[in-house]
Design a protein around this ligand. Structure first.
Ligand code: MN
Length: 231
């Protein structure tokens, strides 16, 4: 019996690493909002306002292939397919020219969002946390190390629900590039190994329902699959 803690500490969230038996230990999950112009338009957000950051709980991460229960307190669960940056090094006030040195690899994630809670919070000026932070609200593929996928700066990003196309775009159309995201976020918080950064979603977000099968990917990085279970 370890007596350091009052009870056994929870297991650290982790994701598989492509081509390796080792796991990527997740420390924090950050997200960029409004990083594609067409998605900003569909959300009714200003076009000249720069992107912004928010966060999800680290244990919201779920593995590709999971059945994700339809979360409670929503009637509007939305998909947001995104390129995910996985950091293997940390830093503060990181210069854009050095930002890529922090990157361990990349993945594909779905920033599952209780859109009705988010809209309500936005109208009331309340925090978004619970709109974005449902249990298992961040399914992510295995992390692909930079040695295997390089630093993708263009390529198709897409998502289908029950084989019907919903979202498509190109990661070249991100308002903030990967180095800009890392540099900007590192002026707010000290980044550290194990941090994941969801980089924003292209246009075409929409509702999911129990029984849906979701498949989405980023060209050159991977393909995420999961289903939505009963609530
Ligand atoms: Mn998002």
């Amino acid at each position: 019996m370890n007596e350091e803690y009052a009870f056994a500490p929870p297991a650290r969230p982790a994701l598989p690493v492509a081509g390796s038996e080792r796991l990527f230990p997740v420390r924090r999950v950050y997200c960029v909002g409004r990083n594609y112009l067409e998605h900003a338009r569909e959300m009714g957000l200003g076009e000249r306002v720069p992107p912004f950051f928010f966060a999800k709980p680290a244990d919201a991460v779920a593995a590709s292939g999971a059945e994700i229960p339809y979360p409670p307190r929503t009637a509007s669960l939305h998909h947001e397919i995104e390129l995910v940056i996985a950091l293997g090094r940390g830093g503060r006030d990181v210069g854009i020219d050095h930002a890529l040195e922090l990157v361990f690899g990349y993945a594909v994630g779905n920033d599952l969002t209780r859109r009705d809670l988010q809209s309500d919070a936005r109208q009331k000026g309340h925090p978004w946390d619970l709109a974005k932070g449902a249990d298992q609200s961040a399914p992510v593929t295995p992390i692909v190390p930079v040695a295997l996928c390089g630093h993708p700066n263009s390529g198709r990003i897409w998502l289908e629900v029950n084989d019907v196309p919903r979202q498509h775009g190109d990661i070249a159309d991100m308002f903030w590039s990967v180095p800009e995201i890392i540099a900007e976020l590192s002026t707010y918080v000290a980044l550290a190994p194990g941090d994941l950064i969801f980089t924003g979603t292209p246009a075409g977000v929409g509702a999911l329902h129990p029984g849906d099968r979701v498949v989405g990917g980023v060209e050159g990085v991977g393909v995420l699959e999961h289903t939505i279970g009963a609530g």
